[in-house]
Write a protein that binds this ligand. Structure first.
Ligand SMILES: CC(C)[C@H](C(=O)O)[C@@H](O)C(=O)O
Ligand code: SF4
Length: 764
């Protein structure tokens, strides 16, 4: 551990420092307290463990569920995944997860368990997510958990394997960014509007390389649910993570949760530590953004990037209102969205409404939508979902559903014509049967409006749960305040009446299951023989044609869309690389103009993109796998999405950041069909015809690993002694972090009943 410094530190600095296992010339090795696992990004990781003969180091700190692939229809007749999930690839992925949790002995909330839900909803709900912890998941929206003052970030599948095997991750320190939102929110404005407004200002690359701390009075006044919605979308702002300092609101939320520290001495000790988790006065931030709460109005998106935001009182923008370089993107977005510049946003008609996802699938989100329905009815507005609209409400977890039903919210929704579903990711991503049809337009509480995100050709407008409810009732996007009235009041007029005026709220009884002690340490010793590196192809010189691209913010949904994430393999994705740009959605034919469909670029081994933020969005390692499988081993761009960049390194690929002028020159060479050579040994890109080479510098440790094809799990395991020492200290200083789980004392892990044969002893 480094000696604590006396210089003022940020919240992020503090949590980072408290998890340093080892700090050498390369990356720092960080200890990971909590690992959440879902079915999409884990099969190849478990396979990797199996192949290397490795075990899961801390099953007591690992929590697993299914969420992305599962249907959200009634589970009344649920017997098993294999009979319930119709789509073969989805079924296979979920079945693989169930086999893996059995084989590796992990705590799993399956479809017959009320605690199942979207991975980012269940962690906080269970008290698995705690202040001051490091939390990871093979999923970009792991940033959600930062709402508790945790350092929580998305990782790729290779890193999932790394954490399973070692409970550690090599990490470089990110920059500190603070976004302060001061003042009082206007009526009808919610945390979703805050975060959409922020992303509209900073852009989807605004937080690249940073951990954002959200601060200011408007943030401090938010509930935990609202804070989670904000941190959730830090990733849409390009950041590695978002954090909010824990306070009384956090402690009250956590008290009594199944995996929270136990009341009494343990809780007191934990709370005393948590109270130290705030930025010191005078702490330095690399970037500061200040936002006035009163400037924020109910906000919606008009385009195909989360930064394409506009107030509901605004109009669809025209390409001319953007800097010239951005215009082609804007034109493409408008075309995709089927929108005419100048159209008032509140005249945009919708076909579907979706309330759910890890951004807004929590109980408060459902309450907020229910209030709008009641208020509208009271004010003589629409009380039923518009005739041409299909609207669905998908609780984020079985427990959210149970709570909502206890409060009678389901009755309000069903009476108004909303479809009331079971927990899952649902239409946020459309990896399951809930999807938009081509050109269908959806008002959605999710977090991404990328092309094809909710279904091929589907059109997504992001907004708050209150705004989605209002749009569903009105049949078009609308200012929620038109339905609720503008009565003022503490929560922006949305509490003009309460659902409880209609129905008696019932509180769901506290969980019966107590967290129990568990033999965490040493239960999964790593065999020395197994620690040997699995090895990667060496990266020395890669020479060949370079595909030229100019687009900004090429997101991973574009590199490899959701329908290809159901594979259990790392290979075979090359044919689907850039699917939405490469093939016609309707006919499946190649689009002749797309670069990879032209000669000589069908044989590219390099890619030059002049637009920034390549690989932003989701954590899917499928993106570098697809590039690799196609034959592209190096992407050159001005900047990269953080998780994508890491994922490339983990696959022996080089994401090369270069200055704009150099990229422009390389783009020209590439466009002329000339070959380039990336020479890592000498750190130069060699250009054709004797043109001056482009020099570059990459981190020495990364370079060493690439040149030698080193698998960094093996490298981490060389620090076994330091890891064990850290674990000893962790048990002494933060004892509440050990032995979480649902096992009875003496039992190593819970036996998970897969397929509903018998109820888990831990069901509550
Ligand atoms: C499937 C997963 C890799 C992905 C993510 O990382 O975000 C998904 O949750 C998403 O929202 O796109
Ligand atoms: S963003 Fe959507 S798909 Fe991704 S984890 Fe959240 S709900 Fe699931």
């Amino acid at each position: 551990m480094p000696a604590p410094t006396s210089a003022p530190r940020t919240l992020y600095d503090k949590v980072f420092d408290d998890h340093v296992v080892y700090s050498g010339s390369g990356d720092t090795l960080l200890y990971i307290d909590r690992h959440l696992v879902h079915e999409v990004t884990s099969p190849q990781a478990f396979e990797g463990l199996r192949n290397a003969g490795r075990k899961v180091r801390r099953s007591d700190c690992t929590l697993v569920t299914v969420d992305h692939n599962i249907p959200t229809i009634s589970r009344k007749n649920f017997k098993s995944i294999s009979t319930f999930i119709g789509e073969p690839d989805s079924r296979a992925q979920c079945a693989a997860l169930e086999d893996n949790v059995k084989e590796f002995g992990l705590t799993y909330f399956g479809m017959d368990d009320k605690r199942q839900g979207i991975v980012h909803i269940i962690g906080p709900e269970q008290g698995f997510t705690l202040p001051g912890t490091t939390v990871v998941c093979g999923d970009s929206h792991t940033s959600t958990h930062g709402a508790f003052g945790a350092l929580a970030f998305g990782i790729g599948t290779s890193e999932v394997e790394h954490v399973l095997a070692t409970q550690c991750l090599p990490q470089a320190k990110s920059k500190n960014m603070r976004i302060s939102v001061e003042g009082k929110l206007a009526e009808g404005v919610t945390s979703k509007d805050i975060v959409l407004h922020i992303i509209g200002i900073i852009g989807t690359a605004g937080g690249t390389g940073c951990v954002i701390e959200f601060a200011g009075s408007a943030i401090r006044n938010l509930s935990m649910e609202a804070r989670m919605s904000i941190c959730n979308m830090s990733i849409e702002g390009g950041a590695r993570a978002g954090m909010i300092a824990p306070d009384e609101i956090t402690f009250t939320y956590l008290k009594g949760r199944p995996l929270s520290p136990r009341d009494g001495e343990e809780w007191d000790k934990a709370e005393a530590y948590w109270r130290t988790l705030k930025s010191d006065a005078g702490a330095k931030y690399d970037i500061e953004v200040e936002i006035k709460a009163e400037d924020i109005v109910p906000t919606v998106t008009w385009g195909t990037s989360p930064q394409d935001t506009v107030g509901i009182d605004g109009v669809v923008p025209s390409p001319e209102s953007f800097p010239e370089a951005q215009r082609p993107n804007v034109v493409r977005s408008l075309q995709y969205m089927g929108l005419e510049p100048g159209t008032p946003m509140d005249q945009v008609k919708i076909d579907k409404a979706f309330l759910g996802s890890c951004t807004n699938g929590r109980i408060e989100d459902l309450r907020s939508a229910a209030r709008v329905i009641i208020a509208s009815e009271k004010n003589g507005g629409p009380s039923k979902v518009a005739g041409h609209v299909e609207a669905m409400i998908v609780p984020g977890s079985g427990l959210v559903k149970q709570q909502a039903e206890a409060e009678g919210l389901d009755v309000i929704f069903k009476r108004a014509g909303f479809d009331w579903r079971e927990a899952g990711c649902s239409m946020c991503l459309g990896m399951n049967p809930d999807q938009l049809k081509p050109q269908e337009r959806c008002a959605s509480t999710s977090n991404r409006n990328f092309e094809g995100r909710q279904g091929a050709g589907g059109r997504t407008h992001l907004m708050s749960p209150a705004m989605v409810a209002a749009a569903a009732l009105s049949g078009h996007l609308v200012d929620v305040r038109k339905l609720t009235g503008t009565h003022g009041g503490e929560d922006g007029g949305l509490k003009i009446t309460s659902y409880s005026d209609y129905l008696t709220p019932v509180t769901v009884p506290a969980p019966a299951v107590e967290p129990t002690e568990q033999t965490a340490q040493g239960q999964t010793p790593v065999k020395a023989a197994a620690a040997a590196s699995a090895g990667l192809p060496k990266f020395t010189v890669v020479k060949g044609f370079a595909a030229p691209m100019w687009e900004a913010n090429v997101d991973t949904d574009k590199i490899i869309p959701k329908q290809f994430l159901k594979t259990l393999l790392r290979t075979g994705l090359g044919a689907a690389l850039f699917w939405p740009l490469r093939y016609d959605v309707k006919t499946g034919e190649e689009i002749p103009d797309f670069v990879l469909n032209k000669e000589p670029y069908r044989h590219s081994s390099l890619l030059v993109c002049t637009g920034p933020n390549f690989g932003c969005g989701s954590s899917r390692e499928h993106a570098p796998w697809a590039l690799n499988d196609f034959g592209i081993r190096c992407v050159m761009a001005p900047s990269f999405g953080d998780i994508f960049k890491n994922n490339c390194f983990k696959n022996g690929m080089l994401p090369l950041e270069l200055p704009q002028a150099d990229l422009d020159a390389l783009y020209e060479d590439a466009s002329a069909g000339l070959e380039l050579a990336v020479d890592l040994e000498n750190e130069v890109v060699v250009r054709p015809n004797g043109k001056p080479a482009v020099p570059f510098k990459i981190d020495a440790f990364r370079r060493h690993c690439l040149l030698n094809g080193l698998d960094d799990i093996g490298l981490t395991l060389e620090h076994r002694a330091e890891i064990e020492k850290f674990e000893e200290k962790r048990s002494a200083v933060w004892p509440w972090l050990d032995g979480v789980g649902y096992a009875k004392k003496g039992q190593k892990v819970i036996a998970v009943p897969v397929g509903g044969a018998k109820k888990s002893a831990t069901e509550w």
